[in-house]
Design a protein around this ligand. Structure first.
Ligand SMILES: Nc1nc2c(ncn2[C@@H]2O[C@H](COP(=O)(O)OP(=O)(O)OP(=O)(O)O)[C@@H](O)[C@H]2O)c(=O)[nH]1
Ligand SMILES: [Mg+2]
Length: 296
């Protein structure tokens, strides 16, 4: 018997959704960062073995009161996962005070698919905190099962994974068995660069930046695979452009060095990377720009 299905990973920003998906799929599919609102898209990570195909969806953290059109679209990406979910995983940061009421929780309560409560970051919890938070959530929503995990330290993941397999319905392969995600290579290249911007810059810069791959040309160099990549970094204001570039181009040089290393590792190929910085005024509220950047 072959089992398959869609498993959706939802929750507030920064609770560890991407860390969990990467751990379950066993690959660096999603960017992880200590800053909230790291994930901006619905990213599928597909687990395959002979008897199973599990299509996990990592989603943007739910923003109850969006400030930008971009955040509205991010919420739509999160909400869209309820449409095809066989299983929904609500990820909770045990270190944070439970916010039991939100539109996300209402949607979750109304969904017919099985609901799993996943209490994360137990490695960092204090005495009594796990019990307190678990109880609050179990009272607020009717969950089918509860798991207490550390996505970062891989605690409790085997039990969670076994239960997911158990609950999956009998079903076909939705994707070829060697496929690991629904997104193209260039998406991951732009995400790696955006991830480095999150690491290397501060304050509003990471939130104002978007990366668009302008050229992704696979060629050969001295008999080896080689990829020429040209990426545009868009920022919301001119002052931010100067910050991205840095004094004498120092900052963008660092960004290029760090990005190239990780992209080469991800692709398993040597690359040449060119970065340009452009200003797209207030792009997070501009429908046309959002569309161009893949927020539809
Ligand atoms: N202590 C601890 N930290 C964790 C754990 N899981 C994730 N984190 C940290 O929490 C932060 C956020 O992790 P992400 O996986 O990016 O969280 P997310 O829910 O995907 O965040 P958004 O995409 O912004 O919504 C990172 O600094 C992680 O290292 C865990 O089990 N324990
Ligand atoms: Mg994330």
């Amino acid at each position: 018997m072959h089992k398959s299905g869609f498993v959706n990973i939802i929750g507030e920003p920064n609770v560890g959704k991407s860390t969990l998906m990467n751990a379950l799929v066993g690959d660096k599919m999603s960017v992880i960062n200590s800053k909230p609102q790291t994930t901006r898209h619905r990213i599928m990570g597909i687990y395959n073995d002979d008897e199973h195909q599990i299509v996990f969806s990592d989603t943007p953290g739910w923003i109850e009161d969006p400030n930008y059109k971009m955040q509205e679209v991010m919420n739509k990406f999160s909400a869209s996962t309820f449409e095809d979910a066989d299983l929904s995983l609500l990820i909770i940061d045990v270190l944070r005070k439970p916010q039991l009421e939100s539109n996300l929780i209402r949607k979750l309560s109304n969904t017919k698919s099985a609901k799993l409560l996943v209490i994360n970051k137990i490695d960092a919890a204090e005495d009594g905190q796990i019990e307190e938070v678990t109880k609050a959530w179990q009272t607020a929503v009717e969950f089918d099962h509860t798991f207490k995990i550390s996505a970062k330290d891989h605690i409790g993941l085997d039990d969670l994974f076994s239960k997911i397999k158990e609950l999956l319905p009998e079903g076909p392969e939705y994707y070829p068995k060697d496929q690991l995600t629904d997104k193209p290579e260039r998406f991951f290249v732009s995400e790696i660069i955006r991830g480095k911007i999150l690491e290397l810059y501060h304050q509003e810069i990471p939130y104002s930046a978007e990366v668009a791959i302008e050229e992704f040309q696979e060629t050969e160099l001295r008999g080896e695979d080689f990829v020429r990549i040209r990426a545009n970094i868009f920022v919301s204001r001119k002052t931010q452009k100067a910050i991205i570039i840095g004094k004498g181009g120092k900052a963008i040089k660092q960004l290029g060095i760090h990005s190239r290393k990780d992209i080469e590792e991800w692709l398993g190929k040597r690359i040449h990377l060119e970065l340009y910085v452009r200003v797209a005024d207030d792009w997070r509220n501009n429908n046309q720009k959002l569309k161009q950047f893949g927020y539809q």
